[in-house]
Write a protein that binds this ligand. Structure first.
Ligand code: SF4
Ligand code: SF4
Length: 246
């Protein structure tokens, strides 16, 4: 069991309400950005932006433009490679909460090799707060969900794109919506549904949304650096297999 998000991308309008609600709840500052040729703003995740709505704009041979929007966040992996990597140096760097499944960076995340942890993530999610040195990413709004509330992004979403609840309920909703969407979009799929707690419904191939929309196992292999010591409780082979299993 545990908690889960279901993100129905067919319903995202890129209003960015979730991105703002995340900043407000987490008391994260705005960032100075510039126009980089896209409506996406800011251009990437950062120590101050742990949730970003990505925009992918494509034009067909007739010049007809279409958009895909991808509200991105940590996927709260069932077996979290970021935590497995950090555990090699400090088992208190990340909390993996048993009841909810949330993967939460802790103050001791400042003590571990950030680049190793970022490389271990198959979705390229972790970032670092330069001031504190702590690793930053979505923590599932751990303070809210343990008080019976939904995450701030879910509370703010006006379209039904963001959903949150018990794992079984979200899996059932995801399966139902997949069947409905497939009638018009035969290529529709649920991304990495067995290995994460944030299930995205794609109507097109995931690469049409973002390069790291689904897991890239080769990124986890990058985490195997010469500097790190072998894991105490998990081998690197196990680590790769966990990601590939999804
Ligand atoms: S998506 Fe990345 S940061 Fe989030 S739990 Fe999985 S490995 Fe960790
Ligand atoms: S609030 Fe909902 S509709 Fe708006 S950008 Fe976020 S996920 Fe998309």
């Amino acid at each position: 069991m545990g908690k889960m998000f279901f993100v129905d991308l067919t319903r995202c309008t890129a209003c960015r309400g979730c991105q703002i609600a995340c900043k407000q709840w987490k008391n994260l500052p705005a960032e100075k950005t510039r126009n980089s040729g896209s409506h996406q703003n800011p251009p990437d995740l950062s120590g101050q932006t742990i949730r970003v709505v990505r925009f992918k704009e494509t034009a067909d041979k007739n010049g007809k433009v279409s958009w895909n929007f991808f509200p991105e966040q940590c996927r709260h992996c069932v077996d979290a490679p970021c935590k497995a990597q950090a555990d090699m140096e400090s088992e208190s760097a990340f909390l993996h909460d048993e009841a909810t499944g949330a993967v939460v960076p802790m103050p001791d995340s400042a003590k571990v090799d950030f680049e190793g942890v970022r490389s271990a993530c198959p979705y390229d999610i972790p970032r670092k707060d330069e001031e504190s040195g702590r690793i930053t990413k979505c923590d599932m709004c751990f303070d809210r969900i343990t008080q019976g509330m939904v995450p701030a992004c879910v509370a703010s979403c006006p379209t039904g794109c963001m959903n949150f609840g018990d794992e079984e309920e979200m899996q059932a909703l995801a399966g139902k919506r997949l069947e409905e969407v497939k009638k018009d979009w035969p290529e529709a799929s649920l991304g990495d549904a067995d290995s994460v707690r944030v299930i995205y419904l794609f109507k097109e191939a995931p690469a049409a949304y973002f390069e790291h929309a689904v897991a890239d196992a080769s990124r986890t292999m990058l985490a195997s650096t010469e500097k790190t010591q072998p894991a105490r409780n998990i081998s690197r082979r196990d680590l790769f297999q966990r990601v590939l299993r999804g």
